[in-house]
Design a binder for this molecule. Structure first.
Ligand SMILES: Cc1cc2nc3c(=O)[nH]c(=O)nc-3n(C[C@H](O)[C@H](O)[C@H](O)COP(=O)(O)O)c2cc1C
Length: 390
């Protein structure tokens, strides 16, 4: 009988649905809508989650197993669990200090936190609180000089992995954000102020930590910009597609592991391999960019089963993962590592400073339990228990 591990978490919130419910009562509506929303009719957002339901695993009982080991190696680092935290913009708006809370919890528990270019903590601050373990996600800037300066800062701060986002040739059309004024340029209207007043803990925390800002981008912005100038700055700074040539230029500068986030088709995959990219995160930005697209788990299944890519590039996944059972399903169909976005933000919204660690332990507990049901002791063995896939 394998030894029982204990992953301590708050028993009032054993699932993502519990955390979501609580987070909704703590975060002002305009910020919660920003977190929740998908693009257009939100069909792809729903598919991301519901497609997991059609992947079945086979339990196995009459078999002895060793101690369960969830650790997983990616890019030469052995992480203590096979998942990380997706990059999320404006995190500190949803919950004050959220990037620091999550980066600290990730470092303490041996998993990667990914800092977004447009999050609310700087490259240097997150390198510090994550003890150099956080990854960085680059929104490709229009200007090469800005790109070069960000890459220089990443190198100085010793970020281990650079993730370049490719799926935002234009901002997604998210109706909830348009209505609440959170699209670019952002607007703070009277409704948002009233919604903030209904969430006093959020308000007090925001006063304690200060109004959130795009901390990494501060050195490139004029001081004292109003919201409309800020919108214009963001549009100017991040306009344009990420092309083959732009990735090639980054590949020439960045010696460490390079990952493309948002690859979902064969043509982009082939170019990534040709460019010497080390990994892809198969992702549709959490259903926030193209509503007619397929779920990210479906894209992953297609790509991992294509013999042209096997062994040539690491294939990771994000989108719609809401439990350790979903993590198990993702590994069973061939994902090598997984990321989650909204669940970690629900965790922080619900439980504040404790939210990061709670959510990590909750997912570990789910994963541990399903590994026991399947009689497997390592993550690489999940594919042996795949019964049927999409
Ligand atoms: C509120 C919000 C903001 C996001 N901001 C970014 C971002 O700045 N950079 C990025 O690469 N992806 C961003 N994403 C996408 C996430 O990194 C990730 O792909 C997505 O959340 C995964 O889906 P999940 O939320 O179902 O786990 C954002 C997603 C959400 C929900």
């Amino acid at each position: 009988m394998s030894k029982k591990l204990i992953f301590p978490y708050n028993a009032k919130y054993p699932s993502v649905a519990d955390l979501r419910r609580k987070a909704k009562s703590m975060i002002p509506k305009f910020a919660f809508d920003y977190l929740e929303g998908g693009c257009n009719e939100e069909l792809n957002l729903l598919r991301n989650e519901s497609d997991f339901d059609d992947i079945f695993l086979k339990p196995r009982y009459l078999q002895e197993t060793g101690d369960i080991d969830m650790s997983t190696e990616i890019f030469g680092v052995r992480y203590k669990a096979p998942f990380g935290i997706s990059p999320i913009g404006l995190q500190g708006l949803m919950w004050p200090n959220a990037p620091e809370i999550l980066a600290k919890a990730a470092a303490k528990n041996g998993i990667p936190y990914t800092l977004s270019t447009v999050s609310t903590a700087s490259i240097e601050r997150i390198a510090d609180v994550s003890e150099g373990t956080a990854w960085f996600q680059l929104y490709h800037p229009t200007e090469d000089l800005l790109r070069d300066d960000i890459l220089k800062r990443l190198k100085q701060a010793q970020y281990p992995v650079l993730v370049v986002l490719v799926d935002v040739p234009s901002f997604g059309l998210r109706y909830k954000e348009i209505k609440s004024g959170l699209s670019m340029p952002p607007k703070m209207n009277i409704t948002n102020v009233l919604q903030a007043l209904l969430r006093p803990t959020w308000g007090i925390r925001t006063l304690q930590h200060g109004i959130p800002s795009f901390a990494t981008l501060k050195p490139y912005m004029e001081t004292g910009m109003d919201l409309s100038q800020l919108g214009q700055f963001m549009n100017r700074t991040f306009t344009g597609k990420v092309t083959f040539e732009k990735i090639k230029a980054i590949r020439d500068i960045w010696q460490g592991p390079l990952v493309l986030k948002g690859v979902v088709n064969e043509e982009d995959m082939e170019e990534a391999i040709q460019l010497g990219v080390d990994g892809v995160i198969v992702s549709n930005h959490g259903g926030r960019q193209i509503d007619a697209g397929e779920s990210s788990i479906r894209s992953l299944i297609r790509l991992v089963n294509d013999p042209a890519y096997q062994g040539k590039i690491k294939m990771m996944l994000d989108g719609g993962i809401r439990s350790g059972v979903d993590l198990a399903r993702a590994h069973a169909v061939g994902s090598e590592f997984n990321f989650m976005g909204r669940p970690f933000m629900y965790g922080v919204g619900a439980l504040g400073d404790e939210g990061g660690e709670h959510t990590i332990n909750m997912f570990k507990a789910h994963l541990y339990q399903i590994m026991q049901q399947l009689s497997i002791d390592k993550i690489q063995d999940f594919p042996k228990r795949l019964l049927s896939s999409l």
